[in-house]
Design a protein around this ligand. Structure first.
Ligand code: ATP
Ligand code: MG
Length: 200
């Protein structure tokens, strides 16, 4: 019998994608022996109201650029092609549809995003669709006693104190983001003149 395909899913605004995202995906992929990690940039994010988010197409292309060299990483358009705000439950339903009932889905998320997720409605369906892996982020404690048994795992990854917010603020004020994001992302941000005005 062939083994089930083990698929990581990393949703995010990726505005821009940075090395924190890439390290988290790589660590989880290694620890859980994942065959592939799919990065899924959000459409209109339901959680980013009040600030301007870079165009979906720019965020998508940056995700493609950042993951191009890794054969186990790919990028999906499901969330940016679906009209309206992105809900994780839709992402997971689409992934289930695309990859079939035999795929094992692992949703990779930072501790901050996981905390928010547990306050949402309909978490039962979420936990049926995928196993959730919450990774540590600097400034966020893990170990929530309310985590549902067996459906959520917590994992420590090397602390990378990088956030997209900080990257945008740095670009806005003319500070370097070299080595916080892949080289191609620095170049793409320059080329497209992202985050210079109305940043953060
Ligand atoms: P922003 O500052 O705009 O919120 P972000 O850096 O948090 O951006 P997102 O696109 O919001 O990036 O995050 C996508 C996912 O990656 C979330 O689950 C988030 O918790 C996780 N994540 C972001 N940065 C890190 C990091 N440095 N280490 C581990 N996980 C991270
Ligand atoms: Mg965030």
């Amino acid at each position: 019998m062939t083994q089930k395909r083990r698929l990581g899913i990393m949703g995010g605004t990726f505005d821009p994608i940075h090395h924190g995202h890439l390290v988290a995906a790589s660590e989880v992929a290694h620890f859980y022996s994942l065959d592939e990690v799919v990065f899924v940039p959000t459409g209109l994010s339901s959680h980013k109201e009040g600030r301007k988010v870079a165009a979906a197409e720019d965020r998508y292309l940056m995700a493609v650029i950042a993951t191009a060299s890794n054969p186990a990483f790919s990028v999906s358009r499901v969330d940016i092609d679906r009209p309206g705000p992105t809900y994780t439950v839709d992402t997971l339903r689409d992934m289930r549809q695309i990859h079939g009932p035999d795929a094992e889905l692992f949703f990779i998320t930072g501790a901050d995003a996981l905390e928010k997720m547990l306050t949402w409605h309909d978490t039962d369906e979420l936990f049926e669709l995928a196993h959730f892996v919450g990774v540590t982020r600097p400034g966020h404690r893990l170990a929530d006693p309310g985590l549902p048994d067996g459906r959520v795992s917590l994992m420590e990854v090397p602390a990378l104190s990088i956030s997209s917010t900080e990257c945008r603020e740095r670009v806005h004020s003319g500070e370097p983001i070299w080595y916080l994001v892949p080289d191609g992302i620095v170049q793409y941000i320059n080329k497209r003149d992202l985050y210079r005005a109305d940043a953060a």
